[in-house]
Ligand binder design. Sequence first.
Ligand code: AGP
Length: 614
Amino acid sequence: MCGIIGYIGSGDAQRVIISGLKRMEYRGYDSSGIALLTDKGLEVRKKAGKLANLEAELESSPVGASTHGIGHTRWATHGGPTDMNAHPHLGSTGRVALVHNGIIENYASLRAELADAGVVFASQTDSEIVAHLVETKILAGSTLLQAMRTTVGRLQGAFTLVAIDTDEPGTVVAARRSSPLVVGVGKGENFLASDVASFIEYTREAIELGQDQIVEMTADSITVTNFDGTQAEVRPYHIDWDLSAAEKGGYDWFMRKEIFEQPRAVADTLRGRINDNRELILDEIRIDAATLRSIDKIIIVACGTAYHAGLIGKYAIEHWTRIPVEVEIASEFRYRDPIISPTTLVVTISQSGETADTLMAIRHAREQHAKVISICNTNGSTIPRESDAVIYTHAGPEIGVASTKGFTTQLIACYLLGLYLAQVRGTKFGDEVLALIEELEALPAKMDEVLDDLSVTLSLAKEMTEERSFLFLGRHVGYPVALEGALKLKEISYLHAEGFPAGELKHGPIALVDQDLPIFIVVPPQGRDQLHDKVLSNIEEVRARGARTIVLAEKGDHEAEQYASTLISLPVVPTLFQPVLAILPLQAFSCELATLRGCDVDQPRNLAKSVTVE
Ligand code: AGP
């Protein structure tokens, strides 16, 4: 997600803002910019790439002294990482500068309305539209505060907006819906930011803004109201984190922070996918419906965690579309001389968008004239650029090497692709697709339910710090969850961990089962034909040999309880969606055990966040 900072006071606004943006670099970004009010009026500098590019621009093209401005580091969603798409964005007359974090879901209709009114856009972003809307109101006589209040009433989606107006040199105005924004309360100066890390060196007094609130800030005052204009409840607090903890939002690891970010990341990935006709729409799918209807085979290609997401995607896509789906490890794909034709759809999954094995697979697939759709979390990265179409997951930057929110949002993207194909090919009626979308939209709340009570999981980690080997079992979509749970544990705690299909154990691996060997088992929801009972008998097989069974099962599954040394309950969801919940305790267990073992959870030995070599 983007980094935002606004400042007003008696200090050097450029220095404060640039240092604040630097404190947010860890969040990941692909462009940055600053707008300052000087004696020449509004001066803007913005550059693609790292902050150093913006600093070089400020060196080569200095702006005047200023005590009032806004800054932004952008994580691209709508529109690639270019100078023009970087924030701040201006209105047509250059009187208003605005920065934005989030996704404006109804930007297409607003953009069309502004274009009809003669507005010429300088960028491809959804954010620029808001700058034009605010300025239009100001030019019609509103104050910046009034203009912001009117504008937010027209926006759908998630947004944090911060704006300044040349004609109101003493004021910064901001609005918040579903994206973070916090006020830093200084002495004779005040700050607005998406992250306390950006102003903690100036003040530790802060005010957390709530949902649908607007703040008007001067050097000496902070006024918070609700979108409807009524006085807002505010919660001042003292920041007692050190800078390092502040960067992680108070968590000890980026990975732990990202585990808890998953409900929002899933919600953001789902946001804006249904158009006004209640049809499913997907980012930048530039493959026409006729071509998608001609597809007779799908090959999902990925690495590591992304590969596990693909395995789950296979079950859903085959079930909804009846198209055969193969799932392939990217580094194996092109060496097995795969059977590809122009009616093959290759789907790659990559958080970073730079994984060399996956990129090479794309090039091979396109040489064979297959269509390629990429599921990716990094706008403008190489893999989407070399694909025919892309579905972006809006997880925001994932800093921890062990992928967590990357994985769950990849699952969501796989589900969306499957439903989109079913909608286009008519294998699912519109109401059936919508019903499944509504089930997906209910997932973030159920994820919160799991994350709100990890007590069993965390105490399990404390009991198991001396264990040396773990097995993970599952059937159907629970099997890739077992693989992913094992990968999480081995890559950050350096312990032996292996995932198996529960039905496969008796064909050899059961020889590993020893007294008290910890085995995690994902039990499918009840009622799913004989799948549920088969897994229970697999659990019995290992219990009979002394294993310690940690059973993940849906709430109310009293039968499964009898097979559990330890029970981890999950909210009830459809079978195909259970992985989105079942993986959460396994991520949390691995993070806690690795922490207790003194491992570097965020930067595990031997691993890189993006493997750009084959
Ligand atoms: C996951 O925890 C690992 N960091 C690794 O397996 C990762 O998923 C894999 O390297 C693929 O990366 P990508 O999604 O960026 O392509």
